[in-house]
Ligand binder design. Structure first.
Ligand SMILES: Nc1ncnc2c1ncn2[C@@H]1O[C@H](COP(=O)(O)OP(=O)(O)OP(=O)(O)O)[C@@H](O)[C@H]1O
Ligand SMILES: [Mg+2]
Length: 397
């Protein structure tokens, strides 16, 4: 099999097909400008007469070109809803945008995706922004060949002829390490292994050279070797194309290996946001500390792992933030709000994402101590590969 690294070089071996002249290339991006800014996003779902389910409640995050933002948090915390909202893929109804903006640097300038019409968002979907879904196995149509499905996606978004689309499809399949793509185009999804189907989904997502890739658990269903290959492939493509990636995952190992910046969510809100080193070295929200404590470490011999529960049930863990003596407390929905709560009369007014140290944000209660504080929204243009103190990619944790 062609190695992934070789498959990604422009001069890939095995008679690589040159890109058709008409293949779309987006304007090169100013890497100092955010590609995506999610501002105070709130999305809820109708609950058949009961109170609405507030799936996302004031989420904020920023993604820069050539940067990977990992979004982590337990099942149901709103990761997929955040990503799917970006492309209007949340069914409405029962879903509803309650508030917030999703600002995207499109080829036509900055747009608030929340306000776009269906035709407008369709022109961005798959073209400037692509998504790899959590369950790719169900996203391929079993009655059409792989080629038909990739070519259809290309024809939908690019002004190319059928034969050019075919060439792009072959090239995209080669890029993701699918051997003999010319022959494999004629195969049906059931003739592919799980890992290969996943690569097909990625080939489809990348065929139109999106500027932003929303990767929702892209490798969860795969064994670790294929998982590592696919993530390396995404990093390679990211470097070549300045692509921003929102990487949604449960796996902290995947975060450590792939993220530049990490956004930890809990119950629809952001509880911690920092670059990957600060987050792993100095986690500040008890939930993040619990998450990190609950994973085994190769160099430590211990009888049993600490559970997240043990950390978040320990009151002392909530009294460690800078300003704790003045009443700065991590937000936690299962606690009684602090007695000195000074909630603002606005949605999620009991909560506040505060920059507690430079470039490190923690979700805190809006107590008297921070009643009048304003905070810079979470925004880090950090990329490990540009960090001389980490020696680029080789310096990853
Ligand atoms: N179509 C829907 N209708 C009703 N509720 C929904 C819908 N989609 C999501 N939700 C609810 O929104 C909340 C957030 O869901 P979301 O899918 O974003 O979680 P997640 O963080 O991606 O979890 P997982 O790690 O399991 O994928 C959950 O409470 C979920 O039940
Ligand atoms: Mg999900």
């Amino acid at each position: 099999m062609t190695t992934l690294a070789a498959a990604n070089t422009p001069s890939a071996p095995n008679g690589s097909v040159a890109a058709p002249a008409s293949r779309k290339v987006h304007k090169s991006l100013d890497e100092k400008k955010p590609l995506l800014r999610v501002q105070d996003l709130a999305v809820s779902f109708d609950n058949r007469g009961g109170p609405r389910i507030q799936a996302v409640d004031g989420v904020r995050m920023t993604i820069y070109p050539r940067q990977t933002l990992a979004v982590v948090g337990e099942s149901g915390c709103g990761k997929s809803v955040t990503a799917m909202s970006t492309l209007h893929l949340v069914p409405r109804p029962p879903g509803r945008f309650d508030r917030g903006r999703i600002l995207f640097q499109s080829d036509a300038g900055e747009r608030d995706l929340v306000t776009l019409s269906e035709p407008e968002i369709r022109s961005l979907r798959g073209n400037e922004i692509a998504m790899i879904f959590q369950e790719p196995m169900t996203s391929l149509n079993p009655v059409y060949t792989i080629g038909d499905q990739i070519i259809e996606a290309i024809l939908l978004h690019q002004k190319v002829s059928f034969s050019e689309a075919q060439q792009i499809a072959v090239q995209s399949m080669r890029e993701v390490g699918i051997p003999n793509p010319e022959q494999r185009l004629k195969a049906y999804p059931h003739q592919f292994s799980g890992g290969m189907r996943q690569r097909v989904m990625i080939a489809m997502a990348l065929a139109c050279q999106p500027k932003l890739l929303l990767a929702d658990e892209p490798t969860t269903a795969l064994d670790v070797t294929i998982q590592a290959q696919i993530l390396e492939l995404l990093r390679e493509i990211q470097r070549q194309r300045q692509m921003g990636i929102m990487l949604i995952t449960h796996a902290l190992g995947v975060v450590a290996e792939n993220a530049d910046v990490v956004c930890v969510m809990y119950a629809g809100r952001v509880v911690e946001y920092a670059n990957v080193f600060d987050l792993f070295d100095r986690p500040m929200h008890p939930y993040t500390r619990g998450l990190l404590a609950s994973i085994p470490k190769t160099r430590e011999k211990i009888d049993r792992l600490v559970t997240i529960r043990e950390v978040v049930d320990n009151d002392a863990e909530f009294r460690k933030l800078p300003g704790a003596e003045q009443g700065v407390r991590p937000w936690w929905p299962w606690h009684q709000p602090p007695a000195d709560l000074a909630a603002r009369p606005e949605p999620a007014g009991d909560y506040f994402l505060q920059e507690v140290r430079p470039n490190h944000w923690v979700g805190v209660w809006r107590t008297k101590a921070v009643a009048d504080h304003e905070s810079r929204p979470p925004d880090l243009d950090y990329r490990i590969s540009d960090d001389p103190s980490r020696g680029g990619v080789a310096g990853r944790v």
